[in-house]
Design a binder for this molecule. Structure first.
Ligand SMILES: NC(=O)c1ccc[n+]([C@@H]2O[C@H](COP(=O)([O-])OP(=O)(O)OC[C@H]3O[C@@H](n4cnc5c(N)ncnc54)[C@H](OP(=O)(O)O)[C@@H]3O)[C@@H](O)[C@H]2O)c1
Length: 244
């Protein structure tokens, strides 16, 4: 009996869980428990870390899982690395499901692509960022600590544990976003540089269109590479084909 462990926390993972349940598969979705109000997938769900590679391998074997699908966010680097290693240890095949990035976006050629968050800060400073809009995530804030001296607009899903610098505006919100709302936000705060990561998908792409319309510069952090030996697909259909 095929039994799937689905590492989730994304729209793709929720879509896959729905398709697998519809198709009669035995599937358990796994969430990290990082956000207080997660969007729940259909079917069985477990919440919380595994305790590293060993913990995940133990769950795969102990839970009688026959397949592991990693549909976590393209920037969930550690979970994806652990999935690749644990599946090899447990002898359970692993497949990665990830939405395409924005490299094919019409405006991608005008963006400033960088390899990490420090380089993103430096690129934005070189662009004269006085009112930057940070959307790279709560876990990346240490890279912008020096920006207490400017009027940053920060958008995160969850409230910050620590106090933001006095000149910062912190917005709590999650996608999907509309172009008109993003245009209004960028104008209201007179944003001069948008900092994002190549998350891909439609949920958070609207700011890129609004930035192009307003002539606002965009700095994009490239995706981390997928672990060697783990195949990656872009659609739910490809996962179903792999499972059958
Ligand atoms: N990074 C983003 O920008 C982003 C955006 C939207 C959604 N998410 C979702 O949020 C979750 C955490 O992302 P992250 O960037 O913090 O990941 P990460 O840095 O790669 O993972 C850190 C640790 O969190 C636990 N973890 C992560 N995903 C898990 C899952 N699906 N089920 C159980 N444990 C999980 C694992 O703990 P153990 O080592 O204890 O197993 C992992 O080592 C992921 O599910 C991801 O899909 C992330």
């Amino acid at each position: 009996m095929t039994r799937v462990l689905l590492l989730g926390g994304t729209a793709e993972a929720r879509a896959l869980a729905a398709a697998l349940v519809d198709a009669g598969f035995d599937v358990v979705s796994s969430l990290a428990g990082r956000v207080s109000k997660p969007r729940m997938p259909v079917g069985d769900v477990r919440v919380g870390g595994f305790g590293g590679v060993g913990g995940l391998a133990g769950v795969l074997v102990g839970g009688g899982f026959t397949h592991l699908v990693d549909a976590t966010h393209p920037f969930a680097v550690r979970m994806t690395a652990n999935a690749g290693t644990a599946s090899a240890i447990a002898g359970v095949p692993c497949l990665r499901l990830a939405r395409p990035g924005w490299s094919e976006h019409a405006d991608a050629g005008s963006w400033h692509w960088v390899d990490d968050y420090d380089k993103a800060r430096v690129a934005a400073e070189a662009l004269g960022a006085a009112r930057p809009f940070i959307t790279t995530g709560r876990q990346t804030l240490e890279h912008y600590a020096s920006w207490a001296d400017r009027d940053v607009v920060l958008r995160v899903v969850e409230a910050l544990e620590e106090e933001a610098p006095a000149r910062w505006t912190v917005l709590l919100d999650r996608g999907p976003f509309e172009v008109a709302d993003e245009r209004a936000l960028l104008s209201r705060h007179q944003v001069d540089v948008v900092l994002t990561k190549d998350s891909g998908g439609a949920y958070t792409a609207a700011k890129l269109t609004a930035a192009a319309e307003l002539g606002v510069s965009v700095v994009v952090v490239r995706r981390p590479a997928v672990p060697a030996g783990v195949a990656e697909v872009e659609t739910v259909g490809e996962v179903l084909t792999w499972l059958t």
